[in-house]
Design a protein around this ligand. Sequence first.
Ligand SMILES: *Cc1c(COP(=O)(O)O)cnc(C)c1O
Length: 232
Amino acid sequence: MSIESNLKYVNDRIAKAAIKSGRDANDIQLVAVTKTIDIQTILTSIDLGIYNIGENRVQELQGKYQNIDRDINWHFIGRLQSNKVKDIADKVALIHSLDRLSLAKEINKRGRIIDRQVPVLVQVNISKEATKAGVYEEDIIRFLDNIGSFKFLKVEGIMTMAPHVLDVEKTRPYFARMQKLFQSLSDQNYPNVDMNYLSMGMTNDFEVAIEEGANMVRIGRAIYDRPKTQRR
Ligand SMILES: *Cc1c(COP(=O)(O)O)cnc(C)c1O
């Protein structure tokens, strides 16, 4: 399969899922996840209309950032070590993986140095799996309170990864809870918080995620044919 036909198929499925939830394709942002994908292939996908690129490793993002001179948005979606914040804070349109207070402090500190309000999503560990990062659902209000005075970061929404299951329908309750959380946080007026993005849904489960309210999906394999066994 070519990237072109993969992308057509993905966009088609996004549009159908959006319609199912009473929206249209334009309401859903597609972040193409390019980890392990080479620069030439990424450029091909950019020529086909991709303008949001997601990477989960700092070094890989830095390398690709230097070599891809296009007007695109870089997203950081992986676990972020505090000492690496300085390497990406000036490059990324969105960090999806703010999962702890110490990291928020570091992003804020770096933001102050470069005089930039760094856009972030709070990662929520909705399934409470030990292997997953993220703030627990019941702790998120306290978390937002704690970072409310951090002027050099801006919370733009929340992100999650659903459990990896064979029966994709089993992810639905998790996505539905995220949507509820997103809605209730949108209804509050927390300082420094604008609930713009609900980032959830990957190759395995993006249609269910969209049906349950996602407006940003992060898709790699379905676009680039990256083998399933490679690192997530
Ligand atoms: C790899 C990754 C994705 C994309 O996964 P695919 O199965 O390739 O679609 C999405 N989000 C995060 C955080 C990832 O690490």
